[in-house]
Every structure is written in structure tokens, then in C-alpha cells.
Design a protein around this ligand. Structure first.
Ligand code: PMP
Length: 373
């Protein structure tokens, strides 16, 4: 534990090396064409950890530049890597806000612990990120159709091949202006491939941590979905085909329960589920509304089929930082197309949720979840 005590970095020790005028990149002029994670801002944040030098070193902001590391660096062999996904929003008042950053920091430290990487003070890192954001503040898009994605990353860079905890690490962050995450068809709803032969996470595994090693094995399945004309993968688990997550989103179902009441349901944090910050916010918000029942419980594909047949399934949607809310209109399951009436509701719950959350994120409504930087 001693590596965690007394060797923490402080935002106040920050060194800043600004990009030269020649290094500055032109800013995009069309927010509609940004896509996701293709462009990066002028600067980045770096904080090295070296056990031999007493732990965390001073934070630095530098021009965006390539990283140099030894070819034996653990990250390159054993995927000793974890990351976060946050956004900075330019509010209607011109101020820049981030959303519940303390939750990203907690999630990051849990992943660091599980990966044998050093932990850190989340508050100090958020202050470092705020400094980076203020230096690159002109990159925060001026429209509500876009935002500045923040990608904090922690890698093990020890130049040794042992499968062991890393005595040196790099915590860094890059920033990327982004538009909407998904290229969708007509009305913004997505179609899903639900193939029970693939598993994203399992009990005792790390599906509940945002580690790079969880994502590489999903790429080919996503490709298979695309080849079949489907936009995302619905990750199932177990003999009973439990719904766990959709793509890189948590999943919610709005339906009429056995008592005839409207209920919003999402799988519980049982180790198979990434503890989404959007998920947590939606649960807190809708419980406070008191308009319908809200429950964390497992649900399965046979249940989805039966509810559909009985006309009791109202909406199905994914949730996450990238998209806020992504409605689902079709699931291809065991060779059959299940049509979900998410977009056919008169006053859809997923739209109310999206509006309430984006009003907070873009500063239309004051809320403690939104932190002005
Ligand atoms: N599930 C997975 C697998 C994810 O990668 C993400 C994105 N972080 C989410 C869910 C949604 O989490 P959040 O609401 O914190 O963005």
C-alpha cells in the first residue's frame, strides 16, 4: 500500500509546454461531420509513475505527440491498459461543464487496482483535466450536436515481460471533438444482433471494469453484425440468454409488468455490467420522478419475446456517455427479427430521459452533477 501514500501527484505541480503556432491544428468547421475520435486537440496531459523515483511524477501538459516506449512495455503484451470516456459540453451560457467526473475517477481507480497499476487521487486528476480543457477550450464545439470527448488512459509501461504489476505507468489524456456516435438509419433507432454464442463478460471476470482487453474481442462480432445489416451487438449471457449490454452501452427496458404497472428495468451490477455513469444517473433521476416503477433486475430474451407478443414491451434503449440514449427498434435473435416499438410510443420515456440529461449537461438546468471547469 505504501506506493499509494505520500507519492500522489498534485495538479498544482503542473508543468505546461504549449504547442508552437506551427504545431496548432486547424479546428473543424463542420460539427456535423466530426464522427467519433478521428480528430484530436492541440494538447495532451501526461503523468508518469515510476516506483524507483518514489511514485507519481509531476503532471505535464504538452503538445499532442507520439508516445515512445520500450517494445517490452507491458501494455503491448498483456494489455495492461484501462481508460475512461467523459465529455466536456459548452453550455448555453458559454461555460464549459463536465458530468459527474468523480464517478469516472472511481471507476478508473477500481480498474487500476484490478490491473496491478497504481491508483491516484481522482480530484487532482480532474483538476489536471480542467487545466487541459481550459488550454484547448476553443475545441469544445459551439453547438449542442457536438461535444469534446475526453479520453483518460492508464497504461503499464514497465519494460519487462513478466506478467506482474507494472513498476512504471503512464496516465494520460487526449481530447477529441465528437459529433453523434452512431451512424443510424432514418429515425435514429438502432438494430441489434443477439447471438448467444458470443459472451462479453462472465462472473469473476472484468466486464465491470473499463479495460481495453474487454473491447478488442468485440470488434469481430460487431463486424459480423454489420455484415448482416445490423448496427450493434446485444450481449447475452447464460443458458437463459440474459440481456447484459448493447455495444458499449448499458441497456434499459420500459414495459408493463405482471401487476399491470409501467416499469423501467436494467440489469443489476452483478459483475457482468459496466457500471455506467449514464445508467446510474438515469436510475437516480427516474426514481426521483416517481412516475413509474424502477428496478434493477435480470431479464432474458424469452421474456422480451413474450412481452412483445403480449404487447407489453414499450421501449428498449441503450445508454452511455457517447450517445446519452440510443433507442432500439429491432433485434435479430436466433435467426428471427423481433421488432421493438420504441419509436412508436406517444410520449417515449427515452426521449424524456435524454432531454432531462442533456439539459443538465448543457447547463440549461442547474444541477450538482454538472461541474463548471
Ligand atoms: N457499457 C460499456 C461496455 C461501456 O464501454 C460504456 C461506456 N463507458 C457504457 C456501458 C456506458 O457507460 P457510461 O454511461 O459511463 O458512459
Amino acid at each position: 500500500h505504501d506506493k499509494d501514500l505520500g507519492h500522489m501527484f498534485k495538479a498544482s505541480q503542473m508543468a505546461v509546454r504549449l504547442a508552437t503556432p506551427q504545431q496548432l491544428q486547424p479546428k473543424p468547421d463542420n460539427d456535423e461531420e466530426l464522427g467519433f475520435g478521428k480528430l484530436f486537440t492541440d494538447h495532451m496531459l501526461k503523468i508518469y509513475y515510476h516506483k524507483s523515483l518514489g511514485g507519481w511524477q509531476k503532471p505535464e501538459i504538452t503538445p499532442l505527440e507520439n508516445l515512445v516506449m520500450h517494445p517490452a512495455a507491458k501494455v503491448l503484451h498483456y494489455a495492461v491498459e484501462l481508460f475512461e470516456g467523459m465529455k466536456a459540453y459548452r453550455g448555453v451560457d458559454g461555460k464549459i461543464r463536465i458530468f459527474r467526473p468523480d464517478m469516472n475517477m472511481n471507476r478508473m481507480n477500481l480498474a487500476a487496482q484490478r490491473s496491478g497499476l497504481p491508483t491516484f487521487e481522482g480530484k487532482e486528476f480532474v483538476q489536471c483535466l480542467s487545466r487541459l480543457l481550459s488550454i484547448d477550450s476553443e475545441w469544445v464545439p459551439h453547438t449542442e450536436a457536438a461535444s469534446l470527448y475526453i479520453r483518460p488512459t492508464l497504461i503499464g509501461i514497465d519494460p519487462t515481460l513478466g506478467v506482474a504489476s507494472s513498476d512504471s505507468a503512464l496516465l494520460y489524456s487526449i481530447l477529441s471533438p465528437v459529433g453523434s456516435y452512431f451512424k443510424t438509419g432514418s429515425n435514429g433507432a438502432v438494430s441489434l444482433l443477439a447471438d448467444p454464442s458470443y459472451t462479453r463478460a462472465w462472473p469473476g471476470g472484468v466486464g465491470n471494469r473499463k479495460m481495453g482487453s474487454n473491447y478488442a474481442p468485440t470488434i469481430n462480432v460487431q463486424k459480423e453484425a454489420a455484415a448482416r445489416g445490423l448496427q450493434q451487438v446485444l450481449w447475452l449471457y447464460g443458458e437463459d440468454h440474459q440481456l447484459t449490454e448493447v455495444g458499449t452501452m448499458n441497456i434499459f427496458m420500459f414495459y408493463v409488468n405482471d401487476q399491470g404497472e409501467q416499469e423501467l428495468i436494467t440489469p443489476p451490477l452483478n459483475g457482468l455490467i459496466l457500471p455506467g455513469i449514464t445508467r446510474d444517473s438515469i436510475l437516480a433521476m427516474t426514481r426521483q420522478w416517481g412516475k413509474f416503477k424502477v428496478r434493477e433486475a435480470t431479464f432474458t430474451m424469452p421474456m422480451v419475446s413474450e412481452l412483445l407478443n403480449q404487447g407489453r414491451l414499450l421501449e428498449l434503449f441503450g445508454t452511455g456517455t457517447a450517445c446519452v440514449v440510443s433507442p432500439i427498434n429491432r433485434i435479430n435473435y436466433l435467426g428471427q427479427d423481433l421488432y421493438i416499438p420504441t419509436m412508436e410510443q406517444e410520449k417515449p420515456v427515452h426521449e424524456l430521459i435524454r432531454e432531462t440529461l442533456t439539459d443538465i449537461q448543457y447547463g440549461k438546468v442547474d444541477h450538482p452533477w454538472s461541474v463548471v471547469i
